[in-house]
Design a binder for this molecule. Sequence first.
Ligand SMILES: NC(=O)c1ccc[n+]([C@@H]2O[C@H](COP(=O)([O-])OP(=O)(O)OC[C@H]3O[C@@H](n4cnc5c(N)ncnc54)[C@H](O)[C@@H]3O)[C@@H](O)[C@H]2O)c1
Ligand SMILES: [Zn+2]
Ligand SMILES: [Zn+2]
Length: 438
Amino acid sequence: MQAAANAAQAKLGKEPTIVDAQYKHREDGKTMKALAWFSANDVRMVDAPIPDITEPDDVIVKVTGTTICGSDLHLYHGEILALQKGDILGHEFMGKVDRIGPNVKNLKVGQRVVASFQIACGNCRFCKQKLSSFCDRTNSSSLQNYMYGTRDAGFFGYSHFTGGFPGGQAEYVRVPLGQVNLLPIPDDVSDERALYLSDVLPTSYHCVVDTGVKEGDVVGIWGLGPIGQCAARWAKLKGASRIIGIDRVPERLTFAKEKSGIEVLDFSKHKDVIKEIHRLVPGGLDVALDCGTFHEPKTLLHRGMKMLMLETDVPETVNEMLGSVRKMGSCGLIAAYAGFTNGFNIGALMEKGIRLIGNGQAPVHKYWEEIIKDYIIPGKFDPTFMITHRVPIDDMAKLYPAFDKRVGGVEKVFVETQFSAPPSEGCPTISRVDDWKN
Ligand SMILES: NC(=O)c1ccc[n+]([C@@H]2O[C@H](COP(=O)([O-])OP(=O)(O)OC[C@H]3O[C@@H](n4cnc5c(N)ncnc54)[C@H](O)[C@@H]3O)[C@@H](O)[C@H]2O)c1
Ligand SMILES: [Zn+2]
Ligand SMILES: [Zn+2]
């Protein structure tokens, strides 16, 4: 699949962009630790050249915190198109400014910053509205253009389908258009509270706001990974009267119930999720949020179709959401989908008058300042609640299968580098993936 996608991409040529994904190596030729993709289920730690300023708007960030996201698991499983051997992954990272291009005026060497997972130009019609993930000028993928009619912004470490930019599971990262794509972090906000502004916090916030959770709503959340856990908290802050989280991982169900005080539904016990939701909420949910994952089909039918390449994605969660909401209810998809699916319940969508919203890749720039100023600094949302583990970057390759299999009750991980500060008070101290227990 990857070979075919890369061949199609090569044949189609590149769309024009204002940034180039290639980077120049530092003059001293030194290398850094980085996580690279080789093939499905094969990621490895490599020594990669340290990037230098390549274009005048670049910033080089020395990474002090990075992590793994549920979206990385789609890459790990080889389900996102146009991955190439040796691609450096990772799209959630923060650090200190190491080098600055001559055009960058708002940052200083040593300044603490967090990067958005997307690389936005700051000037196109989407960027002018802070819809940074939808930027028109940074992703060269003609394949994405061909499949969707338009294309997303370029993303860090997320295949050549999103521009082929080297990612943040590394000790240094070249951040193109650094003035736009880095947010300075105040000294009194710890790395653990800042890192997730890269992705998870704005993403879960966007899912709740964009789908339209209102005061008094009864909300169902499919998937209790970091995105679902945060979405539950945002929904509560937006006034939801009742929240039901659906998953099957025992630790995640307990975590949601005990740490966030929501109701939970174990779908390994309740095979008919729609029926159970209607038993719990007669008439159905006001809002359903898809924070799950398309690479774990529940039914034999979809496992088979996926394996035979008759579909790339599965509709099971969306169909459950369509069945579980009330008439005229809303469903939001923040979970990533890539291509095509069979057996979508279009009848329920139409007959029930459901507002089905593709939330898109989250526009981080629209929310990150609001989240840090209005929620993190005043203590209304403390992102550290979801951090279950801290590991060194040397363990990054082992972290992929462990996070995929949810070993040791893992929710969100803080991955440290040689440049990280010690763990802040109340946050996990260092552990090794090999020592995690199931
Ligand atoms: N749109 C965006 O900008 C954006 C950004 C980040 C992540 N994401 C996506 O959000 C999703 C969640 O991310 P995460 O980091 O929490 O991932 P994760 O893989 O840690 O969590 C997904 C959870 O969904 C559960 N799940 C699987 N199938 C399910 C089903 N049928 N019903 C209910 N639950 C089910 C799993 O058990 C797991 O706990 C992923 O699809 C990820 O790609 C999207
Ligand atoms: Zn992500
Ligand atoms: Zn733009």
